[in-house]
Design a protein around this ligand. Structure first.
Ligand code: PLP
Length: 418
């Protein structure tokens, strides 16, 4: 937990105010499937609507609407660069999904992979940051697997043993979408770089809960999806400028190697969704400002996230305390919140029950959670959770209330007895 979290975050989040930003909340159900996809900000939807009804033209022409459209798309890139703390706007590559962007990235990397090159992946990632790397085996790459420990962490000493002078890439997740564990990416970056390798980080399960800072992360590439961060079904891949410049173009032949990010965005990006994403940063900045933050936009966003984290920790602690108390329940992840060491993504299995039974029971009470492997299939297999049909996953966000968690606990109590 940053020091400022203990010192500055005294005010309780005004949840009525927060929830007024999300018109879909509380309509039909209590929503605890945020790691699947969060609710969308009204200001994001408004921007998409406004874009489509005012400047839905091709960018880059000299007429006025096209000039305005170009400026909106550039403004979106600036806004996302600020949200991620990118050093240069052109380091921001936008695309339809994190999975799609990972495939694009590895396509661009492919010509530089030679037989015997080594790539380290983890067994706790979403398949998005595994499958694309596995395909590089066709070019002779050797895949090594960094395995999660019994304590749900990725041990750094094991990484040290896996790294070699042949390691080209390490691919890992910033936070597990099943375990909720936050991984020490800056430590990993330092070790990978010392071995001459690069680091690619999947921040999808992290970005809704902590302010992304790609420079502090030490990563060379960083990806996340906006639909998990209060935005639309759309995603971003950030990469260090010098590295992106070294990649071949994935676009038409005549698009130059220095034409960033265009050379890595074949075809058009989605203009209206890009423009909508400005609403995400706007929201964080506005909430930070209302909480009394001063200084630049990043400081304002940071204060908003510190409050979100504190609130989420409180909700997680309550749910974890309930689950710890049940002898039939096995929590799959850290069972306590300590120093913000986990996301509010809480998975568990129940002895003698299929995970699906618990979820279907809660469906009847209009509480939206889910079960399965969440495409972290290798993790679920390794932890031998297939016999349960995967885990039950409750994933909270900062807009969830204590009353909602109380209701969930009340109904879970019944589900365990059923
Ligand atoms: C941790 C993580 N990484 C990647 C993804 C894939 O994101 P997308 O649907 O944008 O490809 C998900 C989706 O659930 C995820 O949870």
């Amino acid at each position: 937990m940053p020091d400022s979290l203990q010192t500055q975050t005294q005010t309780v989040l005004d949840l009525a105010r927060i929830r007024s930003e999300f018109p879909s909340l509380g309509k039909d159900c209590v929503f605890f499937d945020n790691a699947g996809g969060s609710q969308v900000l009204k200001r994001v939807a408004d921007r998409i609507h406004a874009y489509l009804l005012s400047t839905s033209v091709q960018i880059g022409a000299s007429y006025q609407a096209s000039q305005q459209a170009s400026e909106k798309v550039l403004a979106a890139r600036r806004s996302v660069a600020e949200l991620m703390n990118a050093a240069h706007d052109e380091e921001i590559v936008m695309g339809g999904s994190s999975t799609g962007l990972m495939f694009l990235l590895t396509q661009a990397i492919l010509p530089g992979i030679f037989p015997g090159d080594e790539i380290i992946i983890t067994n706790s990632d979403h398949e998005s940051n595994i499958g694309a790397w596995m395909r590089l085996q066709k070019a002779g790459a050797i895949i090594k697997i960094w395995e999660v420990n019994d304590d749900f962490t990725l041990p750094l000493d094991q990484l040290d043993r896996l790294l070699s002078p042949r390691t080209k890439w390490v691919a890992m997740t910033h936070a597990s979408n099943v375990l909720g564990t936050v991984n020490p990416v800056a430590e990993v970056a330092a070790r990978a770089h010392a071995a001459g390798a690069r680091l690619c980080v999947d921040g999808v399960a992290y970005a809704a809960h902590r302010l992304v800072d790609v420079q502090a992360s030490g990563a060379d590439m960083y990806v996340f999806s906006f639909y998990k961060v209060y935005g639309p079904h759309y995603a971003v891949l950030w990469g260090k400028r010098e590295f992106l410049l070294s990649l071949p173009t994935l676009n038409h032949d005549f698009i130059g190697a220095d034409d960033l990010p265009y050379k890595l965005q074949p075809g058009n990006v989605n203009f209206e969704l890009s423009y909508g994403c400005i609403g995400i940063s706007d929201y964080f900045i506005q909430i930070g400002t209302e909480l009394g933050a001063q200084g630049g936009n990043r400081q304002r966003m940071q204060l908003a996230f510190e409050h979100f984290a504190q609130h989420e920790d409180k909700l997680s602690s309550k749910l974890l305390a309930f689950l710890r108390d049940k002898s039939s329940v096995r929590i799959i992840g850290f069972d306590h919140v300590k120093n913000s060491n986990r996301m509010p993504t809480i998975s568990f299995v129940v002895e003698g029950k299929q995970s699906e039974e618990i979820v279907r029971f809660l469906d009847k009470h209009n509480i939206g959670i889910r079960f399965g492997d969440f495409y972290a299939r290798r993790l679920i297999e390794t932890l031998n959770l297939l016999p349960h049909g995967g885990v039950v996953r409750v994933s909270l966000a900062h807009y969830n209330t204590e009353q909602e968690v109380d209701l969930l606990i009340e109904k879970l109590e019944l589900a365990l007895l059923a």
